[in-house]
Design a protein around this ligand. Structure first.
Ligand SMILES: *[C@@H]1O[C@H](CO)[C@@H](O)[C@H](O)[C@H]1NC(C)=O
Ligand SMILES: *[C@@H]1O[C@H](CO)[C@@H](O)[C@H](O)[C@H]1NC(C)=O
Ligand SMILES: *[C@@H]1O[C@H](CO)[C@@H](O)[C@H](O)[C@H]1NC(C)=O
Ligand SMILES: *[C@@H]1O[C@H](CO)[C@@H](O)[C@H](O)[C@H]1NC(C)=O
Ligand SMILES: *[C@@H]1O[C@H](CO)[C@@H](O)[C@H](O)[C@H]1NC(C)=O
Length: 433
């Protein structure tokens, strides 16, 4: 994957590391709204348990923050139903990976989830994908469909393994199923024959509301790729509420017609295609302005940056920058903020954090994407990992590429247009939609 996800040293994102599917049948739309497009709500849920160590956000890899009050609020969950009769699942909306999967009965090695797991036996629309079928055949068949005849009972199913940079992993079988979404207008939208992973062995750092992951990446297995242009042009947009928003306020994800990002203040940047990694939405970050100081992405005298040096990931909370750029950003922030950084709280690791009941009052940040300057204010820059503490929502990596995380994406309507190959940003109060 472009080299970087494998080397990332953080417990954050849902970046697919490897994947075996290349060819899929496009699913068919059963019902849709008038103009084709529709929107769904993205919700957030707190962990039901109260004492689990939490290590997904903000911290460097060696630290595990014990604070749970805000745990998992950095994930946006999509509600959808699968099967006939339909069963509700909640999956993490993730633009950094492709596979759509949920925990399935029988679950040999699964993490705890509160709602019942999906049981393929109970659904009349579930169909296994066989090794011989095109959807599986294009895969690495030696991996997926062993020729060992002693396992003939299992040999015909299309086994998959899909892993993430966070060390989460799902294993199971690929299947076709009917998916139903509830649009914000109230009507059901159905898609038949969606290829998804019925995960019979899943592990990772999930909370008990999270029943799987909805891959929204650019690769062929993702939800947006399987939808194709069924709902209008091949595009979607998201408007994520800031981390600190009341949990009952929802975010929005829109598909197809009606998901265009239009009007005053819209800026756009080209998507960068990489042959060896078709999943992420790669864009080019030229530099970052902190207050009045411009920091080029690359500190070399030539000033050239590699195209596609960042990708936009709704499944990763912090923005992750290469060490050198991160150090320069942090140093500018420290210089320009009047408060004293917290030095004595081991939970916080090496993050830049301040003790304040209100806002840090630091400088504005501008992310200079190629052709698109995106301004970040306090709510997108600082997040409270615990009461009375605000930390910079950025972290570092030893890789030379980075990730534009969902803290920074909040309060922007962000459009991913796969036909026009651009990502657009429009400042928007996502709590009022
Ligand atoms: C999407 O909108 C365009 C233009 O308004 C229209 O021509 C097209 O039929 C719509 N697509 C669908 C799937 O309804
Ligand atoms: C497929 O996975 C099942 C468990 O889900 C396993 O029993 C079987 O051996 C696997 N088949 C192959 C060919 O790897
Ligand atoms: C799917 O494949 C598994 C393993 O071969 C089998 O147990 C199950 O009955 C199949 N399900 C359907 C609906 O065909
Ligand atoms: C430029 O960045 C590299 C690492 O990317 C670092 O080793 C070097 O010290 C930096 N140079 C300056 C002048 O900051
Ligand atoms: C991130 O930076 C801190 C110091 O600011 C350093 O201790 C840590 O090793 C870095 N992590 C990575 C993954 O480079």
């Amino acid at each position: 994957m472009g080299g970087h996800p494998r080397t990332f040293q953080f417990h954050a994102c849902f970046v697919g590391i490897f994947f075996f599917i290349h060819l899929l049948h496009f699913s068919t739309v059963v019902e849709a709204s008038n103009n084709g497009g529709f929107s769904v709500k993205l919700i957030r849920k707190k962990l039901a348990r109260t004492t689990t160590p939490y290590c997904r956000r903000l911290m460097d890899s060696s630290k595990v923050v014990q604070s749970t009050s805000n745990a998992y609020l950095g994930h946006y969950l999509m509600e959808l139903s699968i099967g006939t009769p339909p069963k509700t699942i909640y999956g993490i909306a993730d633009t950094g990976s492709d596979l759509i999967w949920t925990q399935c009965v029988p679950c040999h090695n699964c993490y705890k989830q509160l709602n019942p797991m999906f049981d393929p036996q109970q659904s009349s629309t579930y169909t296994n994908i066989s090794c011989e079928s095109e959807a599986c055949h294009i895969l690495d068949t030696t991996t997926l469909c062993s020729s060992s005849s002693s396992f003939s009972a299992h040999n015909d199913q299309c086994n998959y393994t899909y892993a993430y940079a966070s060390a989460s992993i799902t294993q199971g079988v690929l299947a076709h199923e009917k998916f139903t979404f509830t649009s914000t207008m109230g009507q059901p939208i159905s898609l038949e024959g969606v290829v998804f992973g019925c995960g019979h062995s899943n592990s990772g750092d999930f909370n008990d509301h999270e029943m799987g992951i909805i891959g929204l990446g650019k690769g062929p297995a993702s939800l947006i790729s399987q939808m194709g242009s069924s709902f209008g042009s091949k595009r979607f947009s998201q408007c994520l509420v800031p981390f600190n928003t009341d949990i009952d306020v929802y975010s929005k994800l829109s598909f197809g017609n009606g998901s265009e990002v239009l009007g005053e203040g819209v800026v756009s940047t080209p998507l960068v295609t990489k042959a060896d990694d078709t999943t992420p939405y790669f864009v080019t970050l030229l530099g970052i302005t902190v207050g009045n100081t411009y920091l080029p992405f690359s500190n070399t005298s030539s000033g050239t940056v590699a195209k596609g040096n960042m990708f936009i990931d709704s499944g990763t909370p912090p923005t992750i920058l290469p060490q050198d750029l991160y150090d320069r950003v942090v140093s500018q922030m420290r210089n320009q903020i009047a408060l004293r950084p917290i030095e004595d709280d081991h939970d916080l690791g090496s993050q830049l954090c301040y003790r304040t009941e209100t806002i840090v009052g630091g400088p504005m940040i501008i992310a200079h994407f190629e052709g698109a300057d995106v301004q970040l204010t306090q709510t997108q820059i600082f997040v409270p990992p615990k009461d009375g503490v605000q930390c910079l929502g950025f972290t570092n990596t030893s890789s030379d590429g980075g990730i534009y995380g969902n803290f920074a994406q909040s309060n922007y309507l962000i459009g991913f247009d796969l036909d026009r190959q651009i990502v657009s940003f429009k400042p928007t109060d996502c709590t009022k939609q």
